[in-house]
Write a protein that binds this ligand. Structure first.
Ligand code: AQP
Length: 345
């Protein structure tokens, strides 16, 4: 048995999370992920590492020119939302090749059965799984590598990524066990807040998603005020008035979604929101939600547009971030290779 090279008590408190440049950012990405990234950066209790996961994005077809634009726009979104490249490491995944290198090791640690159980694989591959890419199947092993190449101790994500985080913990546990080390931390998911699962405006049982064919199903972070207001006005609801307590939303997915969004944007709890709006009809609540959404999102979209005028600045930030990321990742990869028995690591 190898001597343990690092124990969990010595792991630097470090947050890692990523977003795919697989389209424009949505309100779901903002409330479920980005807004919380900013909170963790500002809390200052952890080192914070954030990534545009372009290698993940190409597990389904991406037009190369659109991928480049979406990657830069996502970087602009991170900065506009409050991620400060002086406080956090911000980069794109393909610029730190250690992610893909560790992913190969994890492809050899993870089991086929683990991957087959992933609901995201089942949803995205659908009935035509024989025709899905091998990368889509192995997506969770790459995600484990993204996290563990930084020995990240905490990962803020939306509810939909919970199962992948559990798989990351399984990969770390199996690696540590197989090689008799205590090298990778057992990372904690951080799934908190009122809006960890923002739902589609067309169907309250489906996640709001950037790749949903219906643009009306989501708010894009680049939507202007009129578009935001129109989408909220047309969002599916039911005919009842809003309840005064969260229990009253249990069988009402569309109503719950709009209240959760209001809570997520305002920083209030669902109970606080309902104490204020309970008894109101949607005809009254929707304009309140529109005003709030526009007031919170418009400054971000304006700043994103401004930053997109300076793509050379974005590229500089990404290159600097990749350098910082690799300073952490390279020694962890080297040690992993040594543990696995690679000569010349
Ligand atoms: N609807 C959502 N509600 C709350 N959180 C969400 N996230 C995504 N959608 C919601 C969180 O955003 C982070 C980045 O997600 P991603 O872009 O890497 O992939 P995804 O979860 O597959 O998001 P999309 O929008 O549905 O992308 P596509 O359509 O390309 O698959 C994650 O933390 C996620 O939980």
């Amino acid at each position: 048995m190898n001597e343990a090279v690092q124990t969990s008590s010595t792991f630097t408190p470090r947050v890692f999370s990523g977003i795919q440049p697989s389209g424009g950012l949505t309100l779901g990405n903002y409330l479920g992920a980005m807004k919380r990234f900013v909170d963790m950066q500002e809390a200052g209790t952890h080192e914070t590492v954030f990534c545009m996961v372009d290698l993940h994005a190409i597990t389904v077809w991406q037009d190369p020119a659109k991928l480049q634009r979406a990657t830069r726009e996502l970087c602009a979104g991170f900065i506009a939302a409050g991620i400060d490249p002086k406080k956090s490491i911000l980069f794109n995944q393909s610029a730190a090749p250690e992610h893909a290198q560790l992913a190969w090791i994890f492809n050899c640690v993870a089991r086929m059965g683990w991957m087959q159980r992933m609901t995201q694989w089942k949803d995205k591959a659908g009935k035509n799984s024989q025709n899905a890419s091998l990368g889509l199947f192995a997506y969770p092993a790459l995600m484990a590598a993204d996290i563990l190449i930084y020995h990240a101790t905490h990962v803020p994500v939306g509810e939909d990524q919970k199962q992948h985080l559990e798989l990351t913990r399984d990969v770390a546990t199996k690696f540590n066990h197989d090689y008799g080390v205590d090298f990778f931390p057992i990372t904690e998911p951080v799934i908190e807040g009122a809006a960890t699962r923002v739902m589609s405006f067309r169907d309250g049982t489906k996640k709001m998603s950037k790749s949903d064919p219906s643009d009306a199903s989501r708010i894009n972070m680049t939507d202007d005020a009129d578009t935001i207001a129109k989408k909220i006005r047309k969002a599916k609801t039911d005919p009842e008035a809003l309840p005064s307590e969260a229990k009253g939303l249990e069988e009402r997915p569309e109503a719950r979604n709009l209240v959760n969004i209001y809570a997520g944007l305002s920083g209030l709890t669902v109970d606080q929101v309902l104490a204020d709006v309970g008894g109101k009809q949607f005809s009254e609540f929707k304009p309140m939600l529109s005003d709030l959404a526009v007031s919170k999102l418009s400054p971000i979209s304006t700043e994103m547009a401004r930053l997109m005028e300076h793509q050379d600045e974005i590229d500089k930030i990404l290159a600097h971030g990749a350098g910082q990321a690799r300073e952490i990742a390279a020694p962890i990869l080297k040690k992993t290779y040594e543990i696995v028995g690679m000569v010349g690591a």
